[in-house]
Design a protein around this ligand. Structure first.
Ligand code: GDP
Length: 365
């Protein structure tokens, strides 16, 4: 499964947020085959459409789809040089698909800050620089090898050498790889290098308890937003401490609590949704009398591949995908009416599944 890693300097609120994630955690009974790793927190992806489908179909059971966060502790200045748990930290980041960087925006004199003062841009730059330095090492090693081949006019090597030169220059200017422009063909080569700064990044601004209703009043949040917008990155504002409290509540209590705080959606729910879309993920549904269920797929997947997410037999024996869009189904009010109106399509092997499709797969066993 795809996962987003949670990183940040010490004392910014990572553990507090991760605690909220594991406590809010997905109902284990629904996902019997999920692996249990103490550094992984599995959450259900909030989706209004699933509630609406449940009303329409009235199934015995409703199962949301899930998303995983991985807790990556231990970054300090000098990590790329192996300081602290540096190397271990970097290898953990290598294994995640997106990075959520927690940035301390709350001011609390009782909680020490590693640099002695709360300066979110300084903090972001410390982390980003470590990742850039680690990538620069990867690129330089490859650069030296490919340079020799390029001098011998090896065609592939010449193409790769151009990519490596561009990366080297960019990284030396302290630009992350994702901010350097490449052609489609070059991007394939960049992908093969598995660079840390190629991974999509999201900033999580951790604010104080009294700031959640009006986060813009916190100047640190504004700074983070400005920094992120220069990179084209997104910022999610949360208060980790409040999320920890919310994670202990049931749905009804949670809504009341959010109401009191003057917000409509919890920070964690926003973070889940943003991470999900950052990874290019989308949701389709199956809706039967037994079970209404949401499934995660990657945008661009064709019907058989998407079917394979449910079971490999569905992919192998795929015949057709009986498909209706969520909007059409809700407008029709029932599957029967949707069918009468001609809104249910029979899609074949080449169909590219869309977010919100409600699908019944037909397959041979
Ligand atoms: P980590 O080192 O990044 O994992 O940070 P922790 O989650 O352990 O948090 C460090 C300290 O900051 C703890 O005492 C937390 O209770 C506190 N903290 C975390 N989030 C908040 C917050 O939103 N507001 C305030 N006031 N304190 C927080």
């Amino acid at each position: 499964a795809l996962t987003a890693g949670i990183v940040g300097l010490p004392n910014v609120g990572k553990s507090t947020l991760f605690n909220a994630i594991t406590q809010a955690g997905a109902e284990a009974a629904n996902y019997p085959f999920a692996t249990i790793d103490p550094n992984v927190g599995m959450v259900e992806v909030p989706d209004e459409r699933l509630n609406k489908l449940t009303e329409l179909v009235n199934p015995k059971k409703t199962v949301p789809t899930t998303f995983e966060f991985t807790d990556i502790a231990g970054i300090v200045k000098g990590a790329s040089k192996g300081e602290g748990l540096g190397n271990q930290f970097l290898s953990h980041i290598r294994q995640v698909d997106a990075i959520c960087q927690v940035v301390r925006c709350f001011v609390d004199e009782n909680i020490t800050h590693v640099s002695g003062k709360v300066d979110p841009i300084d903090d972001i730059e410390i982390i980003n620089l470590e990742l850039i330095l680690a990538d620069l090492e990867t690129v330089n090693k490859r650069y030296q090898r490919v340079e020799k081949l390029a001098k011998q006019k090896d065609k592939d090597a010449l193409v790769e050498f151009e990519v490596l030169s561009k990366l080297k220059t960019g990284l030396e200017e302290e630009k992350p790889a994702r901010a350097i422009e490449f052609t489609e063909e070059q991007l394939k080569i960049v992908k093969g290098l598995h660079l840390l700064t190629s991974k999509p990044m999201l900033y999580v601004a951790n604010v104080g308890e009294d700031e959640v209703a009006d986060p813009e009043s916190n100047p640190n949040v504004q700074k983070v937003k400005e920094y992120a917008s220069n990179e084209g990155a997104e910022v999610i504002v949360i208060c980790a401490r409040i999320e920890e409290e919310i994670s202990e509540l049931d749905q009804e209590e949670k809504e009341m609590f959010l109401d009191e705080l003057g917000i409509t959606e919890s920070g964690l729910d926003k973070l889940i949704k943003a991470s999900y879309s950052l990874l290019g993920l989308a949701t389709y549904f199956t809706a039967g009398e037994q079970e209404v269920r949401a499934w995660t797929f990657r945008k661009g997947m064709k019907a058989p591949q998407a079917a394979g997410i449910i079971h490999s037999d569905f992919e192998r024996g795929f015949i057709r995908a009986e498909t209706v869009s969520y909007d059409d189904l809700v407008e029709a009010g029932s599957m029967t009416v949707a069918r009468e109106k001609g809104k249910v399509r029979l899609e074949g092997k080449e169909y590219i599944v869309k977010d919100g499709d409600v699908i019944h797969f037909r397959f041979n066993v």
